[in-house]
Design a protein around this ligand. Structure first.
Ligand code: SF4
Ligand code: SF4
Length: 103
């Protein structure tokens, strides 16, 4: 049995990655939204469809159709907050997951 604290003996293919495969092109297969502790909440009325959030999201979780934002993919959004940080129009704010669940 390998001693997990002996990092020098690991190569990159053996590193446990939280259950996510390192193969390319499969991120859609993992519902990484379960990792989230805070979530972005979208205010459609303030949104100008500038797409700053869309280009900034590292998880492709800003949903867009016909060049307009339509929502957030909570199955894959990890709650990093970049979208809310980038939005210039107060159309995204981050709230704790337990508050979202209570709503
Ligand atoms: S919180 Fe992060 S992962 Fe979620 S939609 Fe915003 S930028 Fe994407
Ligand atoms: S950055 Fe803000 S205003 Fe721009 S599309 Fe996203 S939510 Fe809408």
């Amino acid at each position: 049995m390998k001693d997990v604290r002996d990092f020098e003996s690991w190569d990159y293919t053996q590193i446990p990655l939280g259950g996510v495969s390192i193969e390319a092109g499969n991120s859609d297969d993992y519902e990484t939204g379960g990792w989230r502790s805070i979530r972005p909440v979208w205010d459609k009325d303030n949104c100008t469809n500038c797409m700053l959030c869309w280009v900034s999201c590292p998880d492709s979780s800003i949903l867009v159709k016909d060049q307009e934002m339509t929502g957030i993919d909570y199955q894959h959004c990890k709650g990093c907050g970049i979208c809310a940080e980038e939005c210039r129009f107060e159309a995204l704010k981050m709230i704790p997951e337990n508050e979202a669940e209570a709503e």
